[in-house]
Design a binder for this molecule. Structure first.
Ligand SMILES: [Fe+2]
Length: 483
């Protein structure tokens, strides 16, 4: 493995307080040219990186219970002729505006209760659309996405909120539209799961202008928490991990939905394969029990389907409900590992093999290879090879040669999802750059690192921001320059 690990690497070299500090709210909205740059920004890197994540982790001093519930703060780093510009702005969702006006938490969330005990929460099942999970530019629209409801449309130049977008009537009110769309052959594919006790999966395909190509729905059996999806030329693929939800304590206001989520290691994981053609036939295959959120890529070869997924032995849940989400002990949490699956639809069999044991998340491949066989996969990983911990490093995996490259931040730094940006003049699959937002706890500031995707041990440039950006979730690149 090619290695670039900095700092004194011991088995556990991070401090949980440093990681927790990365969850301090960022209340300001900025707009400036980044003038503190180490290295040289490639002139071919022309376009905009949009990022999304929870920006507010409390409302007027009242702490929210889980980062999933933090108000979406979208950042844009725009690259133009060797310079970079930063701006960030809150998505003005209905919930954000109402809570800011009231100065207190008004909504329950995945891990958040309203203050006032169970009486204040009883029978309230309305979550805030936090618009905090992903942001993508598609069909001349910029969408801040959250999996439980409609996307919010933003002005790409200013990040000003236009409002909820129902996609010209495609989405009914509060129709879930997940935060993990996939783009294959210039077609935008997304899904939504509606309901808790009785669930329906709806799949959408949009053309490159955002117009509907397909929409079809399927009833689901058992409780499905589908966060991500996979796609190939002929199939949509979903992984249904075995969960059971105790509805009553949530309904009666005693517990958050997070506390009512129970992973069942004795039940198999289901892999739902839906045809993209004609009747959209659905098949379910079963494999060993595992948990997870994110998937890598999927492809077809010789009549079989292959896919990668980050697998965890159980659901990462706080051991003590009263602890703040940022006081967790990573040793108590299961670590994500990258596995590859082979699905044989005619024989209804699934086999899987572990590809990477190091704790990992946020896998990605060259955007043009979604649904096709790829050679390189990029992801966030732990600094330590076997123990669990916060994500502090980036790995490139060469699936053909087995070579692994590693770039690591320093022990007091924490790296975000690496986004692969293809070099417009590139020929090879890994001609391009990886962009990752890194939080530096020592300075309580963030920087964007640009790595050479051919050799990720090579730091191309570091773009230092004047402030921190709280740990985020997902984002996307567009070659359009929005300033
Ligand atoms: Fe995600």
């Amino acid at each position: 493995m090619t290695n670039l690990l900095k700092g004194n690497l011991t088995e556990k070299n991070y401090r949980i307080k440093d990681w927790a500090k990365g969850y301090e709210s960022q209340e300001n909205e900025y707009n400036y040219w980044i003038d503190e740059v180490e290295g040289v920004i490639p002139r071919e890197l022309q376009g905009t990186l949009f990022r999304n994540g929870p920006g507010l982790l409390e409302i007027n001093g009242q702490k929210i219970g889980h980062p999933f519930d933090g108000d979406g703060m979208v950042s844009a780093i725009t690259f133009n002729q060797g310079r970079a510009h930063f701006k960030n702005r809150y998505v003005r969702t209905e919930g954000y505006l109402k809570e800011q006006e009231a100065g207190r938490i008004l909504y329950r969330g995945f891990g958040t209760q309203k203050s006032g005990g169970w009486l204040a929460n009883i029978f309230d099942t309305k979550f805030k659309n936090a618009a905090n999970t992903n942001v993508i530019y598609w069909g001349s629209k910029l969408w801040a996405m959250w999996e439980g409801g409609e996307p919010h449309q933003l002005v790409p130049d200013t990040l000003a909120t236009i409002g909820k977008d129902n996609l010209d009537g495609l989405l009914k009110s509060n129709q879930p539209f997940s935060a993990h769309p996939k783009i294959i052959d210039n077609t935008f594919i997304n899904f939504g799961v509606k309901g808790i006790t009785s669930q329906t999966l709806t799949i959408f395909e949009l053309d490159d202008r955002g117009n509907k190509l397909k929409e079809h729905s399927h009833p689901l059996t058992g409780f499905a928490f589908l966060h991500d999806m996979l796609v190939t030329s002929n199939y949509y693929i979903f992984i249904q991990h075995p969960f059971k939800v105790e509805g009553l304590p949530f309904l009666l206001g005693f517990k958050t939905i997070e506390e009512c989520f129970n992973f069942n290691p004795k039940q198999p994981t289901k892999i739902i394969v839906v045809s993209r053609h004609e009747n959209h036939d659905l098949e379910i295959l079963e494999t060993e029990s595992f948990c997870g959120f994110h998937h890598g890529n999927a492809w077809e070869k010789e009549g079989k389907i292959y896919l990668e997924s980050i697998c965890l032995s159980s659901f990462p849940k706080k051991k003590q409900a009263e602890l703040d989400f940022n006081q967790v002990n990573f040793d108590d949490f299961p670590k994500g590992e990258l596995w590859q699956f082979e699905l044989n639809l005619s024989q209804k069999t699934v086999t899987r093999e572990k590809i990477e044991e190091r704790g990992c998340d946020f896998p990605s491949v060259h955007p043009h290879l979604t649904g096709k066989k790829h050679r390189y996969l990029y992801m966030n990983v732990n600094r330590t090879p076997t123990e669990n911990g916060p994500l502090q490093a980036v790995m490139k995996l060469d699936k053909e040669s087995g070579e692994k490259q590693l770039w690591s931040a320093t022990p007091r730094e924490f790296s975000g999802e690496p986004v692969f940006v293809p070099d417009p003049n590139g020929v090879e699959e890994d001609d391009g750059w990886l962009l990752s937002m890194v939080y530096d706890a020592a300075k309580h500031r963030s920087y964007l690192i640009i790595l050479d995707a051919q050799d990720i041990t090579q730091e191309v440039a570091k773009l230092y921001l004047k402030h921190h950006v709280p740990h985020g979730f997902h984002g996307n690149w567009t070659s359009k320059v929005f300033i």
